[in-house]
Design a protein around this ligand. Structure first.
Ligand SMILES: Cc1cc2nc3c(=O)[nH]c(=O)nc-3n(C[C@H](O)[C@H](O)[C@H](O)COP(=O)(O)O)c2cc1C
Length: 190
């Protein structure tokens, strides 16, 4: 059987979901900001027909940071398995966003429209000020996805799987690297 790390990832993730692992839904996305500093944040990691995807807002500084290669990490305590990936990002078409955005709850939709006025991550006076701005920010009726709502398909170039769940206590660490559409695999010292 071909050792395909993306199939393995999906299979492990399915097991984590079956085990009701709260971490199964999310990943940590790491980028480098315009000052060369590392930045990491939790995001929902989506499964779409084309592969793994994330949804973010282009008003946030992280939008510029995902134009190159990103690092992504998952940790599923239920399985004792960590994945680390480096991936290129490909923007999802507006037609995809228009459809998937409709599935968002109301408040995130309203926030997405506020970001059209004031960028995500901007400082406001206080929480009352934020709520007031959220109330008064113009938004269309019926609600549609604003221009800054974006999604990215993740195209992993290297994937490392660390499996702590070994009876002899020696963790299994494998690195998969994509070469001309083929995954090469190496065992690494954990
Ligand atoms: C469980 C969880 C899920 C999240 N999912 C998303 C997400 O899918 N998209 C997103 O932009 N931010 C998400 N966030 C918020 C981000 O972690 C982050 O706070 C926000 O995007 C601002 O990050 P920035 O300063 O890099 O723009 C999530 C946070 C948590 C705790």
């Amino acid at each position: 059987m071909v050792d395909d790390p993306l199939l393995r990832f999906q299979e492990d993730r399915r097991k984590a979901r079956d085990a009701k692992d709260p971490m199964a839904a999310v990943c940590v996305l790491a980028t480098v900001d315009e000052d060369g500093l590392p930045q990491a944040r939790t995001l929902v990691l989506r499964d779409i027909a084309e592969g793994l995807a994330i949804y973010i807002n282009a008003s946030s500084p992280k939008w510029q940071q995902v134009q190159g290669v990103i690092a992504l990490q998952t940790w599923w305590p239920s399985l004792q398995v960590q994945y680390r990936m480096q991936a290129r990002c490909e923007e999802l078409p507006a037609t995809h966003i228009a459809e998937s955005w409709q599935l968002r709850p109301d408040m995130p939709k309203h926030l997405d429209w506020l970001y059209e006025q004031i960028a995500q991550g901007s400082a406001v006076e206080d929480r009352e000020d934020l709520l007031a701005q959220l109330d008064t920010a113009p938004r269309p009726e019926p609600l549609v996805a604003p221009p800054n709502a974006r999604g990215l398909l993740l195209l992993p170039q290297s994937i490392e799987r660390l499996d702590l769940n070994q009876t002899n206590g020696v963790h299994e660490r494998r690195r998969y690297t994509l070469h001309a559409d083929q995954w090469a695999v190496e065992t690494l010292i954990p």
